[in-house]
Design a protein around this ligand. Sequence first.
Ligand SMILES: C[S@@+](CC[C@H](N)C(=O)[O-])C[C@H]1O[C@@H](n2cnc3c(N)ncnc32)[C@H](O)[C@@H]1O
Length: 242
Amino acid sequence: MPLKAVCYTYGMKDSWHDNLFASHWDATSNAGNPTRQQQLEILTKIVKATYQPGSTLLDLGIGSGQVEKLLFTGVPGLSVVGVDSSKEMLRLAKERLVDNLRHTVLINHDLTEVSTLKLDATNISVILSVQALHELTHSEKQSLFKYVYSKLIGGGYYLIVDRFTINASLEQALTPVWDYLEEHAGQKSGQSFSEYVKKVQDKQDFTATPQQHMEWLEQTGFLTECVYINMDRGIIVARKAQ
Ligand SMILES: C[S@@+](CC[C@H](N)C(=O)[O-])C[C@H]1O[C@@H](n2cnc3c(N)ncnc32)[C@H](O)[C@@H]1O
């Protein structure tokens, strides 16, 4: 697999439908995201504490199933419905989760049209979006939050892991933090902080601050907390009241 021949193209959105791009992302998902492993380990602990046995976990933007690979190991009795618009990422998820396919339903659907997403599962205690929301416009995110609220059981949790807007004009102070994280990263990006910022800015995603996410979630009816933040990466927990 010529992974090195594939690179992110500046000025373009990620090509999730392209099989080489999907495989490359899957093989390098920690590069440029030096705390991803830590984020996912914390997420697994939160899911373990909030998932209700016998219920369904819905992952909106499941990708290649890396998160579920961890969850199936860490959360006993898990049952998953995963949604993604990329057939290539779903193909990788099917391969990765081969031992758990009896407990996994994969659905190919575009979250920009979430109102037409039909689910058989009714008892959903946890919903996740991991590094997927920044692909949606702010108004699409708000529609998704309403959908999530309508699908969760009372007391259920929506867990967001994502890249948020960061104030890059503080570069002088942010650079040493980036350098420290890169130095200790298992998978290094080889990028300076300014190169990383240029790369993500050129991707034309729709990042927002944690505060904006929490405001939209609270407008939908959720109780929220930002439980982890490290540079531009963070975890938001949202709970639907009983
Ligand atoms: C960075 S990957 C993250 C995958 C997975 N959540 C993880 O963390 O391992 C982003 C995923 O979001 C999916 N995605 C992007 N836009 C989407 C959309 N409009 N509807 C559904 N999925 C989307 C992509 O296909 C991709 O699989």
